[in-house]
Design a protein around this ligand. Structure first.
Ligand code: 6GU
Length: 254
């Protein structure tokens, strides 16, 4: 996958992109990230990228010309317009659709992505109307710009690309990928300060371990994100276990 990031602050990215899994994905050739400074696409002497809004109201708004020029230069770089045809141009914005694991999976199927990082009060509406094909928010809070959101998307998408995570199927078992939260994990030592690892995990009985994990996953989802149980794919056995949890919580007056 080839990801182009348009930003006024390209130096914010390398520290995160050049460590751990994202570094490995790039070394493997599964991920290429190209950073483009919007300021480099200005044509005026002072390289102005923002202006006060028409109608007043304070704050600054990103001008349309350098953003259009930057995206159009990607089209030219790709030699043929067809290569850019159908490429998502995604504006990072608190007004966008809420980012989810399902959207990460959707995006992971693309050959290319263009991520446009907004700043200040926002971008000129004509960018939204005539250039951008999608708008994504990473949550209901306001950031100073879209850069962290773009990194969130790059991270969530990259770990879904083939071969990027070591263990086969590691991404499939994640919280949210299954529609449930993951249960607890333990590693050595078996006894840490008298806090011991559940016996079943050390029993070597694979079927019991699998059932325990499923139940802890259901329990955690029930406790923390009961909304997710409405859409999760559940077996009869899962529903019976959730019924038990509900009865227990009634019994203890929860
Ligand atoms: Cl994508 N951008 C900004 N500026 N703030 C946000 C956001 C994006 N997502 C949540 N808050």
């Amino acid at each position: 996958m080839n990801i182009h990031i348009l930003t006024l602050f390209p130096d914010m990215f390398p520290a995160y992109l050049n460590e751990s899994i994202l570094k490995k994905a790039q070394a493997m050739g599964q991920l290429t990230v190209r950073l483009h400074n919007i300021r480099d696409y200005t044509t005026d002497k002072h390289h102005v990228t923002d202006e006060p809004p028409f109608g007043g109201g304070g704050g600054m708004v990103l001008k349309p010309e350098p953003i259009f020029t930057a995206v159009e230069s990607l089209v030219a770089d790709l030699q043929s317009q067809q290569e850019m045809e159908g490429v998502p141009v995604i504006l990072m914005s608190p007004q966008g659709r809420p980012f989810t694991q399902t959207i990460a999976q959707e995006l992971a199927g693309q050959e290319r992505l263009v991520l446009l990082c907004g700043r200040y009060e926002g971008v000129d509406e004509r960018v939204r109307e005539h250039l951008v094909t999608d708008e994504i928010s990473i949550g209901d809070y306001v950031l100073t710009g879209g850069e962290l959101a773009a990194l969130v998307i790059v991270d969530a998408v990259t770990r879904l690309l083939p071969g990027v995570l070591g263990a086969e199927g590691a991404a499939e078992m994640d919280s949210h990928a299954t529609g449930l939260l993951e249960g607890p994990h333990f590693t050595k030592p078996a006894d840490f300060r008298g806090w011991v690892v559940p016996d079943v995990l050390r029993s070597g009985h694979a079927a019991n371990v699998a059932r325990w994990r499923r139940e802890e996953s259901l329990r955690r989802t029930w406790q923390r994100r009961p909304d997710m149980l409405l859409t999760a794919v559940l077996t009869e056995e899962d529903r019976w276990f959730l019924g038990q949890l509900a009865q227990e919580s009634v019994a203890i007056g929860d």
